[in-house]
Design a binder for this molecule. Structure first.
Ligand code: CO
Ligand code: CO
Ligand code: CO
Length: 348
């Protein structure tokens, strides 16, 4: 076993959800494809959502999703935890309960010690255990860049699916984790992040959205998604565009990791933030006085970010209090659904 830290992030070009193919380019690959039609396909590719849902019976549907990416932290075990938590997140964002998983692995076994892969897999397994998920198998390929993630299957009741649709005027929007993982990862790569900050961000990325999903399960939730590669405003745009409503975000209410605004001001912004901004910036109006650094941060690609939950105003504060009491300590009301401007996001 090597005693030299592997510095996983130095072995890859871009890590975490920032490594996703940008949505505008992905549309070109998917556009016009002849997609299968099936009455039991309750949520499929025709409208973007977190996971696919297939009805088995009137009481049971399967939620299926897959997510994998290169490392955004140096520690292999933490990377395994984060990749698994991120892959499980889309099931929680639909209101489902993950049940089984398959590992997806790309690894340079000729140049890196195989003990590194073992640590990655251990981290992933620990998160699956915490989630009550059974690992059933997996697939590995030889690749110059490490990549790890899961294909996950969960259960959901067909009547209790939470999608990105159905925002209602006067709903409050609740975000359950701090923003800024892409910027912090950039600072870690530049050697600027203090170990405590890096550790806090790693912990947040490795935290399952399980508790947040379980608490929201008792509430009348109108819409839900999780915040990942397209950034806070990118994922919010998927909820807003076509909803017939607008959204007003209070940027000062957004929970942020320590130091991210300073790093953003120093230009430590991942390229993905600009890609997200060029794809979705057209539906966002920034009120005068919202600093440029905050604008960039709101498009920062997140790895294993929190849930974004729309609930009636009357229960929003109670839900936040219950989330915080359950250990989801960053949960905050960050905005509200408005009657106008239709299909647009106003950030104040
Ligand atoms: Co998602
Ligand atoms: Co995903
Ligand atoms: Co959803």
């Amino acid at each position: 076993m090597s005693t030299v830290p592997p510095y996983l992030t130095r072995t890859v070009k871009g890590g975490g959800c920032a490594a996703k193919i940008p949505p505008g380019i992905l549309d070109k690959a998917l556009c016009g494809l002849d997609l299968p039609v099936d009455d039991n396909l309750l949520v499929g590719l025709e409208r973007a959502d977190d996971a696919g849902i297939y009805r088995v019976s009137d009481e049971l549907a399967l939620v299926q999703t897959v997510d994998f990416f290169p490392p955004m932290v140096d520690d292999p075990y933490s990377f395994g935890q984060i990749a698994a938590a991120n892959a499980l997140s889309d099931v929680y964002a639909m209101g489902g309960i993950p049940k089984t998983a398959l590992n997806i692995v790309a690894f340079p076994s000729k140049t890196l010690d195989i003990s590194i892969l073992r640590s990655i897999l251990e981290g992933g397994l620990d998160k699956m255990r915490e989630a009550g998920v059974v690992l059933m198998g997996g697939h590995t390929v030889e690749d110059p860049e490490i990549k790890y993630g899961l294909s996950v299957t969960g259960y959901i009741h067909p009547d209790r699916i939470k999608t990105k649709q159905n925002l209602l005027v006067d709903d409050r929007l609740i975000l359950t984790k701090c923003l800024g993982t892409g910027i912090v990862s950039t600072a870690i790569k530049a050697g600027l992040a203090a170990p405590e900050v890096a550790a806090a961000v790693s912990l947040s990325m490795a935290t399952l959205n399980r508790m947040a999903a379980s608490v929201m399960g008792a509430y009348e939730v109108h819409a839900c998604t999780d915040i990942t590669g397209f950034g806070f405003l990118g994922h919010l745009a998927e909820m807003v565009v076509g909803s017939g409503t607008g959204v007003r975000i209070t940027s000062a209410a957004i929970p942020l990791f320590t130091d991210v605004l300073e790093w953003a001001a120093m230009g430590l912004i991942p390229a993905g933030a600009y890609t997200n901004k060029s794809y979705r910036g057209g539906v966002v109006d920034f009120v005068d006085g919202v600093p440029r650094t905050m604008q960039d941060l709101l498009f920062d690609p997140q790895t294993s970010g929190g849930l974004l939950i729309a609930v009636p105003a009357a229960v929003a504060e109670q839900l936040v209090a219950e989330l915080i009491a359950a250990g989801v300590v960053s949960a905050a009301i960050v905005g509200e659904v408005t009657a106008s401007p239709v299909d647009r996001i106003v950030v104040q």
